[in-house]
Design a protein around this ligand. Structure first.
Ligand SMILES: CCCCCCCCCCCCCC(=O)SCCNC(=O)CCNC(=O)[C@H](O)C(C)(C)COP(=O)(O)OP(=O)(O)OC[C@H]1O[C@@H](n2cnc3c(N)ncnc32)[C@H](O)[C@@H]1OP(=O)(O)O
Length: 189
């Protein structure tokens, strides 16, 4: 388990307070949504705006689904990551428990979109959040809502770390030493 002091410092460093308009720090350098060191990432640049967060984002060819159209999973990734900045403003770490996306119009590769998210309500550990994705004619192309659950920093220490690496995946007993290096071996990468 990573050192708890390191985890606490990592959270404290990011949690702010952040002034209105400030560029918010990435979750960590390898984060798929906002980490600048992730070559597969979206490199989201997120600012605080009032009680919410906002990012302008252009999806590229790496994110294509149907020709010219952004893959729905890529849109969901960006929404989830943007929601993941609201805990900085709430003041406590939180993780996604449920994420819903309404795809109203195709999101297009190479077009700039504004994505805005805010906290709509709180109930004990539950933080309800909502977001919109709009083009620069202010036409809403997607909306999203999510339920985040507040956690303590130990949650992150328990399940991995903040250095950017992934914990070694557990190997299921029934696939150990079978000599079947076919499908399962390849899937596990
Ligand atoms: C050190 C800091 C590092 C910082 C790095 C930050 C990185 C962030 C990166 C961000 C990247 C982007 C973000 C990411 O990608 S975050 C990554 C994706 N998310 C996860 O990995 C979370 C995985 N899930 C869990 O770990 C657990 O399930 C958690 C901890 C979330 C809850 O497990 P736990 O066992 O503790 O709680 P519970 O299951 O009893 O539920 C709790 C409460 O919630 C209610 N509930 C459940 N569902 C719903 C629903 N649909 N509508 C309304 N309510 C709902 C439920 O009834 C209950 O209510 P109540 O009975 O208590 O009243």
């Amino acid at each position: 388990m990573p050192d708890m002091g390191t985890m606490l410092a990592h959270w404290a460093e990011r949690a702010g307070p952040h002034s209105d308009g400030a560029l918010l720090p990435p979750h960590h350098e390898r984060c798929l949504g906002c980490g600048l060191d992730n070559p597969h990432g979206h490199h989201l640049q997120v600012h605080r705006r009032g009680d919410g967060v906002v990012a302008d984002h252009v999806f590229d060819e790496r994110h294509v689904g149907a020709p010219g159209v952004v893959h729905g999973g890529a849109v969901a990734t960006v929404l989830d990551d943007l929601f993941g900045f609201l805990p900085y403003l709430v003041g406590t770490p939180a993780v996604t428990r449920q994420l819903t996306v309404d795809y109203l119009s195709p999101v297009l590769v190479g077009v700039s979109y504004r994505i805005e998210a805010t906290v709509t309500s709180r109930e004990d550990r539950k933080v309800f959040v909502a977001a919109t994705v709009s083009d620069f004619d202010e036409r809403t192309v997607a909306t999203s809502s999510a339920v985040f659950i507040t956690v303590d920093v130990e949650h992150f220490a328990r399940h991995g770390g903040v250095s950017g690496g992934s914990p070694t995946p557990p190997v299921a007993d029934d696939h150990r030493d079978t000599g079947r290096e076919g499908e399962m071996g390849q899937q596990r990468g």
